[in-house]
Write a protein that binds this ligand. Structure first.
Ligand code: HEM
Length: 157
C-alpha cells in the first residue's frame, strides 16, 4: 500500500525508442521515481486511513510543493525483450535521468481538461517511437470508445 501518490514509482511498461541528436536510437522503458524515495504503509497503518486518503494527501503535498519525480530511462540491451508490456527489462539494466517532473496543481474532482480529451499511447513527441509491442495499438481503440462515453454521459466520479 503506497503512503502517497507522490511517493511511489510509476512504470511505463511498454518499450519506446529514443533518438539522440546524432540519430542514434536507444530502446528503453521509462520510470518516474519520487525524488524523496518510495514510502509504503504497513497493513496496520493502512487500516487507520480513510477511503480517500491518497487523494487528500496528494492535494496537501502538492500545495506544499513536495511532489516531484525523476524521469529515468532504463536502457535495453541487444537481445532484451522490447515487444512486451508484461516482460520487464532485467533489473540490472542501467538507468539514465532525462529530466524532472514537478506536479504543481491538482484539478478538482469531476472536472479538468482530461475529461474532454483522449489518450493514445502511440501519439508521441518528436524523437520517441513505439516498439513493436502489440498492446500499444490495441489500447488506442478502447480509449476512443471511452472518450465517446465521457462526452455523451459525463464524468462518473
Ligand atoms: C499495458 C497495457 C495498458 C496500460 C499500461 C493501460 C493504462 C491505462 C491508464 C493509465 C488508463 C487511465 C486511467 C485513468 O484515467 O484513471 C487507462 C484507461 C483505460 N484503459 Fe488501459 N491500459 C492498458 C491496456 C488496455 C487494454 C488492452 C484495454 C482494452 C482492450 C484498455 C482499456 C482501457 C479503457 C476502456 C480505459 C478508460 C478510458 C477512458 O477513460 O476513456 N487498456 N489505461
Amino acid at each position: 500500500m503506497p503512503a502517497s501518490f507522490g511517493s511511489i514509482n510509476y512504470w511505463g511498461v511498454h518499450a519506446f525508442s529514443f533518438t539522440n541528436a546524432k540519430g542514434n536510437k536507444q530502446f528503453g522503458k521509462w520510470i518516474f521515481e519520487p525524488i524523496g524515495g518510495t514510502q509504503g504503509l504497513s497493513d496496520e497503518e493502512a487500516k487507520t486511513k480513510g477511503p480517500s486518503f491518497l487523494f487528500d494527501d496528494l492535494r496537501e503535498r502538492v500545495a506544499a510543493g513536495k511532489v516531484a519525480f525523476d524521469f529515468n530511462l532504463q536502457l535495453a540491451q541487444p537481445g532484451d525483450r522490447i515487444d512486451s508490456a508484461v516482460v520487464p527489462l532485467p533489473d540490472d539494466r542501467r538507468k539514465v535521468n532525462m529530466g524532472r517532473l514537478v506536479v504543481k496543481s491538482v484539478s478538482a474532482d469531476s472536472g479538468g481538461d482530461c475529461l474532454n480529451i483522449t489518450f493514445n499511447p502511440i501519439v508521441l513527441p518528436k524523437g520517441v517511437e513505439p516498439s513493436n509491442d502489440p498492446m500499444l495499438s490495441a489500447r488506442a481503440a478502447p480509449y476512443v470508445v471511452g472518450l465517446g462515453r465521457r462526452l455523451g454521459e459525463g464524468a462518473k466520479q
